[in-house]
Design a protein around this ligand. Structure first.
Ligand code: BGC
Ligand code: MG
Length: 584
């Protein structure tokens, strides 16, 4: 159980608790898009420093920052040229140090991103390699392979980049093609590194220590499952193993993913983290196809936690969510890793839009059928956005009632929807650029935060500053931070109250959970109870996914995702797309 201390009238999780990460609510900041202090149209570290009180008030335990390191920004910072310095666009190392200290003073932990699968082409290792012919030792830090065809003029195999096109680019030396190709699972500006090389191991040891020494509390590991490639670079892709009835019984991942060699790296990293107090943690972006495979990363001497992508991709439907919750708890409990919950991040169509349009599942790289409502090009209409916001509120309350740790992506606390009407020339995501616009990509969930009702950039930057790097919809004036702070019924107020309750009722973080299907007879309702053996009271969370009201007997309503949901004659009536927390 977490201990709490009061600082300036606010309840804070105990920073020294070694287990803070087990039930932390972590707020993700995409630094380019949060707050611009110097008026260049791009968010920066001093913008974050100025607005830290906002996060303290909201009541989150930690911030996870997407990358703010030196790099050309070919993939929004996931292309790093110097892992141990801040890109001038975001500020300086001194700004980062001040930010870490100021956050800690407010009781907020700092998690930063580490990108170990690939560097930028601007990294000194790659610059050194590209300046030499194939066969030179500098190339051994990357994956350089002879192409097919007489002169190596064809890629070494059929591997496709996640961002479209071949996963290989031929190198030139002294102006001529060499017949040798380097591997890049993502953009050509993001060459994959060779983890068998001691310089790579050393580069990341140094990086972890550099930031841990500066007080950083943890790392989110980008593409944690990707670091080691299958020996000999065999062609082919993911394979599904079917039983005699055609049911999928196992999935053999693509040969560029999910190799056993990654575990050795994480054991090494965990040993480094364990040298530090208070606890330093790792959260993995683990793209393994089965929960059994994910579990391996969460062994006690590897990573602390991973994202629950099954919850993120679940449809707005009771069955879909129930299935994920069951699976998640079933596989986490035996291995002792906390469950995590997440619906939004910088790679994902915002949940407001997905839920409002009833998307069956979610993958930003799929679906190029532009007429379909499930297409990544589809622009949700006002009605769909309103429905999505209502569901976003219900989802937030459900997520914050589930056991373990949860993630809130910037703007989720405002109910922001995906922005689709971004002009082509403003778009920056390589997913869009490399697919020549076929796949709309992720710019629409990276649009800057609206802070104020008025002003050129709705308070994202100073009034006399440059235009935000992505255009912001004027309609966001009404959902701006300023507008929502004034409104006790806003999504922001709801989130803040829920976070406060979560801290006042520690069983919501660390307690156990059991389904309470006995409370409501409807397959469209998810009801569960949070309890711990030591306390008399418990909290019940009921989410109504159906299209009819449901009624539950209760003693009191702690919070409801819609205003005007209250107790009458010992019963609470829960309308469609609404979640409530109850004391029975
Ligand atoms: C990050 C993406 C990025 C990719 C390549 C991901 O999983 O979250 O934003 O494009 O890794 O680094
Ligand atoms: Mg700026």
């Amino acid at each position: 159980m977490t201990n709490f201390t009061h600082v300036a009238g606010r309840v804070h999780a105990d920073l020294a608790s070694p287990d803070w990460w087990r039930e932390a609510v972590i707020y993700q900041i995409y630094p380019k898009s949060w707050a611009d202090s110097n008026g260049d149209g791009i968010g920066d570290l001093n913008g974050v420093r100025q607005n830290l009180p906002y996060l303290a008030e909201l009541g989150v335990d930690a911030i996870w920052f997407s990358p703010f390191f030196v790099g050309p920004q070919t993939d929004g910072g996931y292309d790093v040229a110097d892992y141990r310095d801040i890109d001038p666009m975001f500020g300086t190392l001194q700004d980062a140090e001040a930010l870490i200290q100021e956050a800690h003073e407010l009781g907020i932990k700092i998690i930063i991103d580490v990108v170990p699968n690939h560097t930028s082409v601007e990294h000194p290792f790659f610059k050194a390699a590209i300046a030499t012919p194939p066969g030179s030792p500098e190339w051994e830090r990357y994956h350089l392979v002879r192409g097919q065809g007489e002169n190596g003029e064809l890629p070494p195999n059929d591997w496709i980049s996640i961002f479209s096109g071949p996963a290989w680019t031929q190198t030139n030396f002294e102006g001529k093609p060499t017949g040798y190709w380097y591997l890049h699972i993502f953009d050509a500006g993001q060459p994959d590194v060779n983890w068998d090389h001691p310089d790579i191991v050393d580069e990341f040891d140094k990086t972890l220590r550099f930031w841990f020494d500066r007080g950083v509390d943890g790392f989110r590991i980008d593409v944690a499952h990707g670091l080691v490639k299958s020996e000999g670079y065999p062609g082919g892709g993911e394979e599904k193993v079917l039983d005699e009835n055609g049911e999928i019984v196992d999935i053999i991942p693509h040969p560029y993913w999910c190799q056993d060699g990654v575990h050795e790296i994480y054991r090494r990293w965990r040993a480094i983290a364990n040298e530090y107090t208070p606890t330093r943690i790792f959260v993995g972006e683990i793209g393994e196809p089965t929960t059994a495979r994910v579990a391996k990363y969460l062994r006690p001497d590897e990573l602390h936690t991973g994202f629950n992508f099954g919850y993120l991709t679940a449809q707005w439907h009771a069955d879909s969510v129930r299935k994920n919750v069951n699976e998640t708890i079933e596989f986490n409990v035996p291995i002792g890793a906390p469950t995590t919950w997440v619906t939004d991040n910088h790679d994902t169509t915002r949940s407001v839009t997905r839920y409002g349009c009833d998307w069956p599942a979610h993958n930003w790289a799929d679906s190029v059928d532009r007429d379909s409502k499930f297409s990544n090009h589809y622009v949700a209409n006002d009605e769909e956005v309103a429905l999505g916001r209502r569901r976003g509120r219900a989802s937030m309350l459900q997520m914050l009632a589930l056991p373990g740790s949860a993630y809130i992506y910037q703007g989720q606390e405002l109910g922001l929807e995906e922005v689709r009407d971004i002009p082509a020339e403003k778009r920056q995501d390589p997913v869009y650029i490399n697919s020549k616009g076929d796949i709309v990509g992720r710019d629409g969930d990276r649009v800057p935060m609206p802070w104020t009702r008025s002003g050129k950039s709705l308070g994202f930057g100073p009034e006399d500053g440059a235009e935000p790097w992505l255009p912001m919809p004027r309609r966001w004036s009404e959902v701006s931070v300023e507008a929502q702070l004034e409104d006790p019924d806003s999504m922001h107020s709801l989130t803040r109250t829920a976070l406060l309750l979560r801290r006042q009722l520690p069983l919501l973080g660390s307690g156990q959970m059991r389904w309470r299907d006995d409370l409501v007879e409807s397959a469209n309702v998810l009801a569960f109870e949070r309890f711990d053996e030591t306390s008399v009271s418990s909290v019940v969370c009921v989410a109504n996914y159906g299209d009819e009201n449901v009624s539950v007997a209760a003693l009191s309503v702690l919070i409801a995702s819609q205003p005007d949901v209250s107790l009458h004659n010992g019963h609470v009536v829960i309308p469609p797309d609404t979640t409530v927390w109850l004391i029975l």
